[in-house]
Design a protein around this ligand. Structure first.
Ligand code: ZN
Ligand code: MN
Length: 255
């Protein structure tokens, strides 16, 4: 595994000779309640990309550390101090610009690894526009877009949540992210600040302008009380293994 920001351009050219999987982690700068840092989504996407890249001898790009606007029902929304979000067109443009440059270098296989729920369709649009551009100029790149949470095996969720998994949209700053941070970056977690609130009870629609209605004051959308290092380890090790397995199967790599 190598990180492009730590390579020289000549070293980068050498690594590209092997047609490696290149990873683009994408996160957000978003409130994650009193216990977790605002860079949590970016940090987890980065660590996940590095861990998977280590398994498949991949190359990791610098993370896009800002994301699309936080939504009340999935991230607490834009009413919290500290959340710094991009317009959709900015994220689309950044994604397209990065892919254009990678294509110019001859990168053939890209994995866009998302750690922020609200980014998904804007990353997709950036990829779609980039593909249209590449095809028009006769260039080719295979691009996968994926969210790391889709890989956590059901039996792990059953164990970690004792059968009460609230769904990934409500898992904002909650048990999964807190446990993952306790495993990967414990010095950044304020365990004594984990709030006691229960699961958020939202309307079935989104309302604009955002006013924070229904969002717990803490910004944590589901209970994080049971978070632990051990649960983080279980989630992370199984997720890394599943992503690596899926990529190896798709690209015909031996891991
Ligand atoms: Zn998050
Ligand atoms: Mn998020």
């Amino acid at each position: 595994m190598a990180r492009t920001d730590q390579l020289t351009w000549t070293g980068y050219v050498e690594v590209l000779q092997g047609n490696p999987l290149v990873f683009l982690p994408v996160g957000a700068h978003e409130q994650h309640g009193p216990p977790l840092p605002m860079g949590t989504d970016a940090l987890l996407a980065t660590r996940m990309a590095e861990a998977v890249a280590s398994r498949v001898n991949g190359l990791v790009l610098p993370t896009i550390s800002y994301g699309y606007k936080s939504q009340a029902r999935s991230g607490g929304g834009q009413t919290f101090p500290g959340t710094i979000s991009l317009d959709g067109s900015t994220l689309v443009g950044m994604t397209q610009d990065i892919i254009r440059e990678l294509a110019r270098h001859g990168v053939g296989r890209l994995v866009v690894l998302d750690g922020h729920y609200e980014n998904q369709w804007f990353l997709t649009e950036g990829i779609e526009l980039a593909q249209r551009e590449l095809q028009a100029s006769g260039k080719q790149m295979e691009i996968l877009r994926t969210e790391y949470w889709d890989y956590c095996p059901q039996h792990v969720l059953d164990t970690v949540f004792d059968g009460n998994f609230p769904g990934y949209d409500l898992e904002h700053a909650a048990l999964i992210e807190t446990s993952m941070m306790l495993y990967w970056q414990p010095e950044l977690v304020r365990v004594d600040a984990i709030p006691q609130n229960d699961q958020a009870d939202f309307d079935i629609f989104d309302r604009y302008p955002q006013d924070g209605k229904g969002v717990p004051a803490s910004g944590v959308l589901a209970p994080a009380r049971g978070a632990s290092y051990d649960k983080g380890q279980l989630i992370i090790e199984s997720t890394v293994a599943e992503i690596a397995r899926a990529l190896a199967a798709h690209f015909g790599l031996v891991i």
